[in-house]
Design a protein around this ligand. Structure first.
Ligand SMILES: [Zn+2]
Length: 422
């Protein structure tokens, strides 16, 4: 294929109305891309899937059609998936002034569908109903992929070169810790990023598109294994029932929000939360007393509390429960992400987004803190001021997940505005 002519660098950026209209015209193409992506489930191995390889291969082709200056697929080795790697895709597009880069980071992986009976349609076949597109992954995080893709395409087709280089970065493993995704990418390619780059992660927000997330809570996932003694249901005297122990333990953990009780009104939920979530199966029949039970705790903690202190407190509670029940409790930290310093509320990326949201939504956007853990934390960890923003339907991880076409269009317009004007 012959290379496309480069966009004319002399063209001034006051081509915004043309770009805005062009994006509106992409509606059907956006549906098609959403449909194609939904049909390639990209579940990480921890979620029982084969990873993001096929989805990345498809997306790489789409990106090549936009003639980026550079395209890179940085695979992180992972023997748990058939191809042995977790892909991380980067496409860089030239800008008028190379002094900083505008990054839009989205993730390719999705979460499992959960209980299939709760879905009204096949989760992996896109269903369109008016302004609504239904399917697993359509919001989280294909909305980010599709909107940023068409923002770049609009500038390219209008012959407008962005104010600064634009980097579309599409990573793996966001839903299960980012170790094979952004964490890996930043370790290998930290030099690509500069402190005054504009970094946007379109992975959370509110319906109006007015929430710019600049801070996150710390995130802590813990696995508890209760160890007792299995026996017949009629002889509890010779066993040690771990399901009863689990119940005692869960109730004892209710102390945590009273111990870590500070409030911060910058956060959407202004308190720290400690929720028991997953419970693994124990025995397979009614008349056996279980001798082992496993459950998990998902903690979202205000950044001022060190997670080490939370873990120590949990260990203390576990010891009390061990004494009371005569059971053993094994504690494993599955994921621990201490919230890094917040992005400043007056950072250039916040201003650029506020201007763009004003131009597209005619509303004022505000800096805000959320429950985390989005991948933006990895950027902030290394001193890069990232924000999380999109117009969100807020159906991520739910059955009947949907994405609004109007959100796709407006998000693409916001990104395009930033590309043109920053
Ligand atoms: Zn997400």
């Amino acid at each position: 294929m012959a290379p496309r002519p480069r966009p004319n660098p002399k063209k001034t950026p006051n081509t915004w109305p043309g770009i805005k209209n062009r994006i509106r015209g992409y509606k059907e193409q956006m549906v098609t891309l959403q449909r194609d992506l939904t049909a390639i489930p990209a579940l990480g191995p921890q979620n029982g899937g084969k990873g993001e390889y096929a989805k990345a291969l498809f997306l790489e082709k789409q990106l090549k059609a936009l003639s980026p200056q550079t395209i890179l697929n940085l695979g992180c080795p992972d023997p748990r998936v058939p191809q042995g790697i977790r892909p991380n895709l980067l496409a860089l597009f030239e800008g008028r002034n190379p002094s900083r880069t505008i990054w839009i980071l989205s993730h390719m992986d999705i979460v499992p569908i959960g209980d299939r009976r709760l879905w009204k349609t096949d989760p992996y076949t896109l269903k369109r109903k008016g302004d609504f597109l239904y399917g697993r992954g359509v919001e989280d995080n294909q909305q980010g992929i599709v909107s940023s893709y068409f923002a770049v395409k609009a500038l390219e087709e209008e012959g407008v070169r962005p104010a600064y280089p634009v980097g579309l970065l599409w990573v793996s493993d966001e839903e299960t810790g980012s170790h094979k995704g952004l964490e890996f990418f930043l370790k290998k390619k930290r030099k690509l990023f500069k402190a005054d780059d504009l970094i946007i992660v379109p992975d959370a927000g509110n319906r109006e598109g007015t929430m710019i997330e600049v801070a996150e809570k710390s995130m802590l996932w813990i696995k508890f294994t209760l160890l007792g003694k299995q026996c017949h249901g009629s002889r509890p005297d010779i066993g040690k029932n771990t399901l009863r122990g689990t119940a005692h333990f869960i109730i004892a953990l209710e102390k945590l929000p009273r111990i870590f009780k500070k409030k911060d009104s910058h956060f959407d939920l202004p308190i720290s939360t400690f929720e028991p979530t997953q419970k693994e199966a124990n025995v397979s029949n009614i008349n056996t007393i279980p001798g082992q039970d496993v459950f998990y705790l998902d903690c979202r903690v205000l950044p001022e509390y060190p997670l080490t202190k939370v873990i120590d407190t949990i260990r203390g509670i576990a010891v009390e429960v061990e004494k009371k029940t005569g059971l053993g409790i094994k504690i494993e930290v599955i994921n621990s992400l201490q919230a890094p310093p917040a992005t400043k509320a007056d950072a250039p990326v916040v201003h650029a987004l506020q201007e763009a949201v004003q131009a597209v939504h005619h509303k004022k956007a505000f800096p805000w803190g959320i429950g985390g853990g989005t991948v933006a934390a990895f950027f902030r960890e290394v001193g890069l001021p990232a924000v999380v923003w999109c117009s969100a339907a807020e159906t991520a991880h739910q059955p009947n997940e949907f994405c609004r076409l109007s959100h796709l269009i407006k998000d693409a317009q916001v990104f395009a505005h930033i590309f043109c004007q920053s």
